[in-house]
Design a protein around this ligand. Sequence first.
Ligand code: GLA
Length: 718
Amino acid sequence: MSGSDRVYPQAAGCGTSRLTLPEFVCLHGRASSLVLEAAPGEPPLWRYWGPRLPDGVVPASGIRNERPLPSFALDHDQPFSVFPVVGGSWFHHSGLLAHRAGQDWSHAFTVSRIDRPDAYSIAVVLQDERAGIEVVVLLHLNPETDCLTTSNQVTNTGEGILDVQWLAAAVLPLPDDPLKVHFWGGRHPNEFIPQVQSLTRAAWRRENRRGLTSHDTMPTAFVEAQDNHWYAAHFAWSGNSVQQIEWLDDGRRAWQVGEWLAPGEVRLAPGESITTPEVIATFSNTGRNGITQNFHTEMRQRIRWPGGKMSPRPVQVNSWEGFYFDHDVDRMKELATAAAALGIERFVLDDGWFHGRNDDTTSLGDWWPDETKYPEGLFPLAEHVTGLGMQFGLWVEPEMVNPDSDLARAHPDWIRSSRDRPVVTGRNQLVLDLANHEVTEYLFDKLSALLTQLPISYLKWDHNRDLAPDGLVPTYRNQVRSVYGLLARLRAAFPDVEIESCAGGGGRIDAGILPYVHRFWASDNIDAVSRVQIQRGFLSVFPPEVMGAHVGAAPAHTTSRSQSMAFRAGVALCGHLGVELDLRRLTDKAREALAEWIALHKSIRDRLHSGEVWMGEAPDGLLWQAHGTATDILLFVIRTNQTEQRYPPAIRLPMLDRIESFQIRPLGPAPWVKGSPAFRLADQEGLKVSGAWLAQSGMPAPALRAEQVALIELTSVR
Ligand code: GLA
């Protein structure tokens, strides 16, 4: 909308007698809108991010006309822009911290161009000719997902090196409501520990300096505002990060997300540029589940499946917890045979298969089969697996090297370390310098040889340590970019091979690596009680089909807790299902039960992995998770602890279509569901309930004890 010829009253102290009505730039999604005020010459100002506005609705006037200049303020009012910087009268955090040998540190950007490549995108080109810096701010609102993708680019247009200390990938506006921020802490092996904090005038800030996404500082936060309005931002990057929310003088908050840069990590030569990774942000006025659904739709668009379409997620068996390093070709064949008999569709040979690898002290880097365990190589095992009708998958950890390996002995110069600092190992291993072309060539050759010589359909790609400042020159971001490059090259050469992202479980779960992979190993913790929380954290951002979820042994190796097969399987069922135990040692009863769960999973995985996901809590510690649509829901009701009430609570399911009636049917071999009176009825004659009743009053919950899960199907019937 243009009104540049209209005259507005002067805002107090603005220093000019005639103000023109600025242009407003609107980006509209399905349920959200963004409005920017493009005042002449200056970076666009944030005016709105919230529920969808009707087309054509814009502010009454420029922000400076609407607010008085406070006392003790500089006479130039500087409102919050898409790229606020230190300089002029902006005293809050800067979107850019950069200098040229101690000069050119304060900035004054003017707009040289605003491009609208389409109705959903805006590119703002900013110049500071005096400081010799050009900035491009990119915003794109995906109209199907309501996800806003942002990134910023800085180019050194001056003379001499430009040192960049901070460059925000997003600077987003949050409203002036009382806000709470929800985020996740964690550790190996206990990821996604939920945290919540009220936002005050003190800044909320999280920094990750571990060199990979990390178990501790997930690069995601959700912000809860009034009226069930939620905002969220996820950093699509597998390295260091900063997330910060800062109170602004007008009561709004500025949300900045970007890479944590080590001092000296980004030094731009004249003409050089840096582009940030993307931030994916979203708004929902249907609560927290709305955010999750927006993220799921967006992430689904970003996954690159072989052949362009997801195939049903094959149930897999993984050798790790059943065998660890103790491999032997015959036992692995027995495992494969036992797996095939249960209906398992993919066999993954985990750590322990390669040259000299008998524990975690040696051999990373020597990517050829161990001659003792596999005297004829891996082919006989792979052939056995494929002969059983299963896919063959292999574990690798390409970025790593053990000092005790042929590779380290031959190429000590390929290792990220420094003569000037002590060498710090993690799990006895060091990190290869992937910025070195020779290293990526070696890895590409070794992996290509395996992928060419063996019928491999799947790689589990691990990364089992944090990075450390291991040289005098910081190279964190180059390491991440190089691993993306290596993954992209392998994907191009072997487009049918699927890849799992693993880093000691959930240390590398993010949308930066998502376009190269097809599954995340959510945690090394397979204990089903722990998994309930871990999976809810994972599913807050990523869809269930990329969540590796395994049935482990009892007792669980990481916690020593023992759980029934029904609980272990019921919790794992919603994700990309796998089994990780020595199947040969199962009792007949356990084997039969597991086969039943696997068959059930296969019969419903299309529905589990294609619809929306809602997660909620009923009273008395009952958790629920629903997959599907408003007329067809698969509902997991989960109890981890003993009840405190005599009677189970009702579970309100607000997503259900209120006009329809629903047939309720328990699914799966879980005796406790069928024992509940309401479900006995359901089993006998079919329980039929109105959607409005289920949404507003609730469904009678099955009487669950601690560590039990019920799977219930609700389908609409006329
Ligand atoms: C990591 C993974 C495990 C397993 C081991 C092998 O810890 O998360 O699943 O692959 O490495 O060493």
